[in-house]
Design a protein. Structure first.
Ligand SMILES: Cc1ncc(C[n+]2csc(CCOP(=O)(O)OP(=O)(O)O)c2C)c(N)n1
Ligand SMILES: [Mg+2]
Lengths: 231, 279
């Protein structure tokens, strides 16, 4: 990838399927939880992790015309059609899809979930759940990890007291660390937590079981949010 | 107390039933490839390999590396029979938190190497065989490959390397069932003639019926001390994917097909009939 695609600037479209722990029960040989970290370290490749049918369709269409190397990361399960301002018709345009432009799926001002791919739905569910506890949570689908939508992250850090990133990836080298690095270098330090796969032998089982195990669930994210805000 | 050919044939049938049982209960598994390689594993573990729960920590044990890791159910069933763990533990296959996952992992007692990403096993085997030679140990290394797996170029680097280092302590076995995950191997990435290819790479080639206890046994005998050339050996085992269950035999979808309740009952009954007929 580095030599023949990125360095050579070939506009190749890499499409990863069954990423993350889509093949949860097949064991670590069949998990891909390191791809984003490896690719983030390579110059000249865009990394896109669509969250739902809308984003997938948009990303594929744009990738076809993309002039640079691009990596699209998909899971295996059928995708959702998530509610968003764009799909609901109001504030049309704000959440339209562009590579490198995050989508705000839900507004909020206490805390912000920055998630991507198949974890986004869990962030949305957690936001709804937190609303009952009078916590207002923003949910951003950060479908593009490179180039990162820095404005959306900095805005979230200014608007909200806490940021929680969520990804189906090792916590090392993925979305969370990309956000942390940006914030710290911008001199911002909101309460911050990275939810993802810790540096250990990954537990196995169905994808949903593994997600729950590592707190990528409505309950898990709700608990992290409550703990973080109380800190 | 060595088992007769007849006893091993009965054992193979028992293993086939156990493979189906654990796949049926897990609701997941690689049925076709496990049934095609079970006779190979049977002969290896019950006749050839110096591997047991007692000697597994010894550097002198023989090494079995299952490069076609997806046929893990065959391996688990045989390891359970060899006493590495209780068969009942396999009820947790593919369940949340179980170490019996869908590919070989060294967290399971008796598993020599983690596999599942195809195309790694032969290179690992080459390393193991070189190490044995350097250490002056007489242990042997066996690597089981799929015919579809041979599309991975790393196999051919390893094949070249094995001949270069004259690894007569290395035996590669090809589970030559002519099917892979998406269809006939010849349609996906043709690799015939395998015998000529391996011969050209400097290997001793044997072609056998991969379901014949007798033929597998003789193919796995160590090289004769009076041999002229020192070469690694490949055993091309002609097999039938899904072997032993009529409706699974040579049918591509059983690569990772899981039997329904009716199919399961029918398959088990069929094997019972075979067992009685052979008795
Ligand atoms: C590196 C890698 N690529 C792809 C796969 C997916 N895969 C699993 S089984 C299989 C087909 C293997 O066919 P074959 O080697 O003939 O095995 P068998 O017929 O004995 O099941 C493939 C492509 C994999 N496990 N590893
Ligand atoms: Mg095959």
């Amino acid at each position: 990838m580095k030599n023949d695609i990125c360095y050579s600037d070939m506009p190749v479209k890499l499409v990863a399927i069954s990423s993350g722990v889509s093949y949860g029960a097949l064991g670590s040989t069949h998990h891909s939880l390191h791809d984003v970290a490896a690719l983030r370290a390579i110059n000249n490749i865009d990394i896109v992790v669509p969250a739902d049918n809308f984003e997938a369709q948009q990303a594929i269409t744009l990738a076809a015309e993309h002039k640079r190397p691009i990596y699209l990361r998909f899971g295996k399960a059928a995708m959702y059609s998530l509610p968003s301002p764009a799909t609901q018709g109001d504030r049309a345009g704000e959440s339209a899809f562009a590579i490198g432009k995050a989508r705000v799926l839900r507004d909020g001002h206490d805390l912000c979930f920055i998630a991507n791919g198949e974890t986004v739905i869990h962030a949305l569910l957690a936001a709804e759940h937190l609303k009952q506890r009078s916590i207002s949570a923003r949910v951003i689908s950060m479908h593009t990890i490179k180039p990162l939508d820095t404005a959306a992250i900095l805005t979230a850090a200014n608007d909200c007291r806490a940021i929680i990133t969520v990804e189906e990836h090792m916590i090392h080298g993925g979305l969370g660390e990309a956000c942390a690095s940006l914030l710290l270098q911008a001199g911002l330090s909101p309460k911050f937590a990275i939810v993802g796969f810790p540096d250990e032998y990954t537990v196995t089982g169905a994808q949903a079981d593994i997600f729950r195990h590592y707190g990528i669930s409505m309950e898990g994210l709700g608990a992290v949010a409550a703990e973080l805000l109380a800190r | 107390m060595s088992l007769t050919d007849h006893q091993l044939r009965q054992k193979s049938l028992q293993y086939r039933k156990q493979v189906l049982e654990i796949i049926y209960h897990a609701g997941a598994g690689h049925t076709g490839g496990s049934l095609s390689c079970i006779d190979i594993l049977n002969v290896l573990y019950n006749r050839v390999l110096r591997v047991s729960p007692e000697n597994f920590g010894s550097p002198d044990r023989d090494r079995y590396i299952q490069s076609k890791g997806h046929s893990v159910e065959a391996l688990f069933v045989v390891l359970a029979d060899k006493g590495f763990f209780a068969f009942d533990e396999l009820k947790s296959l593919c369940r949340y938190g179980s170490h019996f996952v869908g590919h070989p992992t060294r967290k399971v007692p008796g598993v020599e190497f983690n596999t599942g990403a195809l195309g790694h096993g032969l290179s690992i085997g080459v390393g193991s065989a070189i190490a044995a030679k350097k250490d002056g140990r007489d242990c042997r290394t066996f690597v089981l490959l799929g015919d579809g797996e041979l599309a991975e170029g790393s196999n051919w680097e390893a094949a070249m390397c094995a001949a270069h280092y004259q690894l007569d302590n290395l035996t590669a076995i090809i589970d030559h069932n002519t099917l892979q995950i998406t269809g006939r191997t010849r349609d996906v990435c043709a690799n015939a003639p395998l015998d000529e290819k391996f011969a050209a790479f400097g290997w001793e080639v044997m072609t056998v019926d991969g379901h014949s206890i007798e033929q597998l046994t003789s193919a796995f005998q160590p090289a004769s001390p009076s041999r002229q050339t020192v070469r690694p050996r490949v055993v091309i085992a002609n097999t039938i994917k899904g072997r032993g269950v009529s409706f699974m035999e040579d049918v591509g979808k059983w690569h990772h097909g899981v039997p329904s309740k009716e199919e399961y009952v029918k398959a088990m009954a069929e094997i019972d009939v075979t067992m009685k007929a052979e008795r």
